[in-house]
Design a protein around this ligand. Sequence first.
Ligand code: SF4
Length: 88
Amino acid sequence: MSDQHWRQQAACAGMDPRAFFSIGHHARAQVNAARRVCATCPVRQQCADFAIGVGEANGVWGGMSQKQLRERRRRFTSRAKTSTRAAA
Ligand code: SF4
């Protein structure tokens, strides 16, 4: 089980999680609002690392949009495969 004490320091602690999962016509405004919260968050890096580590595909994590999150995860996965091949 991963250490998730960082969540207690999150700028979004106590907020409705739905604010970070955009749906519908106001999705862009919702993502921008969520990212403004993330910009003030002291545990942004831990949040991003967690989302990438568990393969989270939806929502705003670590101040990243879903597109940015997918790109970071793709790079992470690519590096992990390269490391695994090098170690084999
Ligand atoms: S980076 Fe954003 S989503 Fe992640 S814990 Fe902080 S405020 Fe919440």
